[in-house]
Structure formats: structure tokens, C-alpha cells
Design a protein around this ligand. Structure first.
Ligand SMILES: [Zn+2]
Length: 72
């Protein structure tokens, strides 16, 4: 589920949120088809979708996986 220990650690501290896009209740600031988000703010949070893990560089979003599939 986690690509690296840093992401796992941040997810455990609610800095990274992992859930289907459709299940989020706050404001989503990006248009990335992903289940990985940075969370900003308390109460009603804002989410920033992540294409690549900023720590290990692996692709995290469905958008990128679909683009990879089309290339093959
Ligand atoms: Zn990672």
C-alpha cells in the first residue's frame, strides 16, 4: 500500500491521506486521478493530489498508470 517508509510515516500522522477521490469531503485543489493526497488545514481540509511520491519518486496515481498502459 505504501511505496516507502516516509510516505507510510506521513500517512500515519494524517499528513498524507489515502482514499478514493470520490470519498473525500473537503476541497480538492488538483485534478489528478489518484488516491494519494496531501492534507492541509483542520476542520474542513483541503487535499492536493499526488502523481508521484515526493520521497521515493514512484508513480502513485491512476492517471499515470493509465498513461503508462497506453504506451505499451
Ligand atoms: Zn514513496
Amino acid at each position: 500500500m505504501y511505496c516507502c517508509d516516509v510516505l507510510a510515516d506521513l500517512a500515519g500522522r494524517d499528513i498524507i491521506h489515502i482514499a478514493p477521490l470520490s470519498s473525500l469531503t473537503g476541497r480538492i485543489l488538483t485534478e489528478i486521478d489518484t488516491e494519494y493526497f496531501f492534507v492541509f488545514g483542520d476542520g474542513r481540509p483541503s487535499y492536493v493530489g499526488i502523481n508521484y511520491c515526493p520521497f521515493c519518486g514512484r508513480a502513485l496515481s491512476r492517471q499515470l498508470w493509465n498513461m503508462e498502459k497506453k504506451k505499451q
